[in-house]
Design a protein around this ligand. Structure first.
Ligand code: BES
Ligand code: MN
Ligand code: ZN
Length: 533
């Protein structure tokens, strides 16, 4: 961890109650921290100038800070606008009042506190601005007084907001490779000075806060792992490396991990998966990760991740431009491994199984040719018309394999189609499912983590495009609706259970100057799992 999180409960601290305001502020300002973070609303600013019998948050703060707030206000640094920040630095006049904090960061809530239906986007903007402010200073640690950001609204918002804050702080603190044993090269970027964030609360929110912080911390660990695996070069992050990583998690947590090699994959009859792997010198792996947090007989939720550690396109070779980015073609696998890690860390009380078919897609004398017909584990024969449509070929056998778990639901995650990037850009992941409950749960989980999805169709009409003259099904359906026909292909292997497919081709990584893994959709999956009954 390049950043640590903790909680601290001040049982009676309440800045909303006129009675408790004074003593609460005294306690908070008496903390030995580099920075105390408080949210305030426009109404607190209105107190200045008005003759108030009971001073509000800012007036009382002003008194304890020897006029620092007035000073900032007079300079125009404090306007109450949503996501505006104002950093007050300790002065001599603070000391006689028992103030120990070195700074106070005031964050404008705008009208955020007034709306009954919370807008997580507005909160996100504010959290980002706050965290950015912290990272550009020498501040090493800070205390974020959570109740000052939420005027008594429901606790589930608090959990979402705290998790999102940790998600963003984790994102900001992420540095490539620092946790990876395989990275012998020096970390390129220096860590921020900011290394410890304490979420402070009171008795009213203590339980929710502690739970949300634990969940957020686990999620960040999972995201960091997912990002590292995505960013690692393809000569390091091979199928074997993914398998070793999963086995390493078993040692660290209670996860039960099994990694099947070539012989076992052959014995299972995964002819489709093997047709992709066979062009490569690197052996394929089939990774199984189990988290047994629920009752023994409880049906598991199964996550399946596409693990193509490099996608050259095979004999249907891709053009050279930006081909390096095809090291990210295992981001589905990375997000499943990251989610399983987070699930184990937070000791989720559910049964979850992660499954990763992983191999390279390479051209060689042994590679599959366009026109080859292969037999999937399900028995269906597939005409491989384009060896670059390989993701579906490895996923279909994994989707058949997971039938044995009698799953409650199966969600596969894959950087499946370039067409999805054209359809949805880099904003939403594509969501495909015929199960309305799954659609609604995943959509909600996406909104709660700002790791959003957009539903695309799966109608029978699109299946027409997958017809083959020589086999049960073709592996491509032409250019129109490329993401939909890819999902339709997968759906043929998922008839025995409830299933959803996430196409993360546009959301798993960023190109250009900010090139790097995003860790998506770990937040979405974690929020989904947390919400399952
Ligand atoms: N991994 C790619 C999809 C991809 C391409 C994701 C670019 C992100 C950016 C996948 O294996 C692939 O090559 N799909 C083909 C399918 C086509 C041959 C039907 C595609 O999208 O072009
Ligand atoms: Mn491909
Ligand atoms: Zn691919």
């Amino acid at each position: 961890m390049t950043i640590q999180f903790s909680t601290k409960i001040f049982p009676h601290a309440d800045l909303h109650s006129a009675k408790q305001l004074k003593s609460s502020l005294a306690i908070l300002l008496g903390q030995a921290t580099d920075c105390l973070i408080l949210g305030y609303s426009k109404t607190h600013l209105d107190d200045f100038g008005a003759s108030k019998p009971k001073p509000g948050l800012l007036l009382e703060l002003d008194r304890l800070l020897g006029g620092s707030v007035t000073h900032a206000k007079d300079l125009g640094d404090l306007d109450g606008k949503q996501a505006s920040t104002c950093l007050l630095r300790a002065e001599k006049s603070w000391v006689p009042n028992g103030v120990k904090v070195k700074r106070v960061l005031l964050v404008g809530l705008g009208d955020l506190t007034l709306s009954t239906s919370r807008n997580l986007n507005a909160y996100a903007k504010l959290a980002r601005a706050t965290l950015k402010n912290l990272s550009s200073t020498t501040i090493k640690n800070a205390v974020w007084f959570v109740p000052s950001f939420s005027m008594g609204h429901k606790a589930d918002f608090l959990a979402e907001e705290v998790r999102l804050t940790i998600q963003y702080a984790g994102d900001q603190a992420y540095r490539f490779g620092v946790r990876q044993p395989a990275m012998k090269f020096k970390a390129k970027d220096k860590a921020d000075a900011f290394a410890h964030l304490t979420f402070a609360g009171n008795d009213d929110c203590a339980q929710d806060l502690k739970a949300a912080v634990a969940q957020g911390v686990a999620m960040v660990e999972g995201m960091h792992l997912a990002k590292d695996l995505g960013n690692l070069p393809p000569n390091v992050c091979t199928p074997t490396y993914l398998g070793k990583t999963a086995q390493g998690l078993a040692k660290k947590t209670g996860l039960k991990v099994e990694v099947l090699g070539l012989k076992q994959i052959e014995a299972l009859g995964m002819g489709s998966f093997l047709s992709v792997a066979k062009g490569s010198e690197t052996p394929p792996q089939f990774i199984l990760m189990r988290h047994q947090g629920g009752k023994a007989g409880e049906a598991p939720i199964v996550l399946v991740g596409k693990g193509i550690t490099f996608d050259t396109g095979g004999i249907s070779l891709k053009p050279g431009e930006a081909m390096d980015e095809m090291k990210y073609d295992m981001c589905g696998a990375a997000s499943v491994i990251g989610t399983m890690y987070a699930t184990a860390l937070m000791k989720l009380k559910k049964n979850v199984i992660g499954v990763v078919p992983t191999c390279e897609n390479m051209p060689s004398g042994k590679a599959t040719r366009p026109g080859d017909i292969v037999k999937s584990m399900s028995g269906q024969t597939i005409e491989v018309l384009n060896t670059d449509a390989e993701g579906r070929l490895i996923l279909c056998d994994a989707l058949t394999y997971v039938e044995r778990f009698k799953p409650k639901a199966v969600i596969d995650v894959a950087t499946l189609t370039g067409a999805c990037v054209i359809a949805l850009g880099h904003v939403h992941s594509g969501l495909f499912s015929e199960d309305e409950e799954l659609v609604s749960a995943l959509t909600k989980a996406g909104q709660a983590s700002l790791d959003t999805v957009w539903r695309l169709p799966l109608d029978a009409a699109y299946h027409e495009q997958l017809k083959s003259n020589f086999a049960d099904v073709a592996n491509i359906g032409g250019r129109p609706a490329g993401s939909v026909t890819a999902a339709c292909f997968l759906s043929r292997f998922t008839e025995k259970y409830k299933w959803a497919h996430l196409d993360i081709a546009g959301t798993a990584w960023k190109s250009g100057a900010a090139k790097g893994s995003t860790g998506r959709p770990v937040p979405l999956l974690i929020n989904y799992l947390l919400e399952q009954k």
